[in-house]
Design a protein around this ligand. Structure first.
Ligand code: GLP
Length: 263
């Protein structure tokens, strides 16, 4: 696993956006570049950078197909907290050459959740899998909506949200955890780790325990993000604030080995 530490959130986002754009630009095959995407506050700065680069002609999304990680069950697209709404607000509506038919987001209003999830897996497979999956994590280490104790082999499916996650996410729902949907559709940990590359953003003091668990802890379903230790091309992009719980040696090791990446 690589851990790329930057001074602050803005630099972390700039680095991640450059990394993603570099991968898209290096993709010379006719088949599309398949990009997995998250929501949450962590990727907002990355999306801002990617939009700027796209508008400046530095990266094209014309041959990019996207798959989002998750979606709340029971929220219509038009709801301002649906992940469909989020993705259009922060990314898709601003890209000059993203094809709407290349955007894939789980349908939270489906009357057949299991079927919807099975079709999502099939569609990912039809493209030959995901080239690069960007993710964020929750304070409890959840990746997509794979809460603690979700199988590390899980596939796309229906997930129950923990009370903790509903409390954390209630900041977007008028601070009322009851207003946060109790369930979501989410790619599985296995879906993410099947991707050729995984890039996870970890920013801020409140993610420090999760970062330490991801990098230094044992592989455990207690911290579903720790499954990344078994992936042969996983990168954590983080900021200094998130490093507070790392051992000094771990921190120094990654600063040293990734010093070329420091912005
Ligand atoms: C939600 C999403 C996750 C996301 C997490 C962290 O629970 N389902 O995919 O990574 O929030 O969000 P934030 O980046 O806002 O801390």
């Amino acid at each position: 696993m690589r851990v790329v530490i930057q001074d602050n959130y803005d630099k972390m986002c700039k680095w991640a956006a450059n990394y993603i754009a570099g991968k898209i630009n290096a993709h010379k095959e006719e088949r599309p570049f398949v990009l997995g995407l998250p929501t949450g506050s962590s990727p907002i700065g990355v999306y801002k950078e990617l939009v700027e680069m796209n508008k400046a002609g530095k990266v094209s999304f014309a041959n990019v197909v996207t798959f989002n990680m998750d979606e709340y069950l029971g929220l219509p697209r038009e709801h301002d907290q649906s992940y469909w709404y989020f993705m259009h607000e922060y990314l898709f509506d601003h890209l000059v050459d993203m094809k709407p038919e290349n955007i894939n987001i789980l349908n939270g209003m489906t009357d057949d959740p299991e079927g919807e999830c099975a079709r999502y897996e099939e569609k990912i497979a039809s493209y030959g899998g995901i080239d690069l999956f960007m993710g964020g994590i929750g304070v409890d280490g959840h990746l997509a909506f794979n809460e603690p104790y979700t199988s590390l082999a899980s596939r796309t499916g229906v997930r129950d949200l923990t009370t903790d996650t509903r409390i954390v996410n209630s900041r977007f729902f008028g601070n009322d955890p009851e207003k946060v949907p109790a369930q979501a559709l989410s790619v599985g940990i296995g879906t993410v780790t099947d991707s050729k590359e995984v890039l996870v953003l970890i920013s801020g003091h409140n993610k420090a325990r999760a970062l330490a668990a991801t990098v230094e802890g044992g592989v455990s379903q207690r911290w579903t993000c720790s499954a990344l230790q078994l992936h042969n091309a996983a990168i954590i992009a983080c900021d200094e604030e998130a490093c507070g719980e790392l051992m000094v040696d771990t921190y120094k090791y990654f600063l040293d080995i990734e010093k070329k990446e420091r912005l």
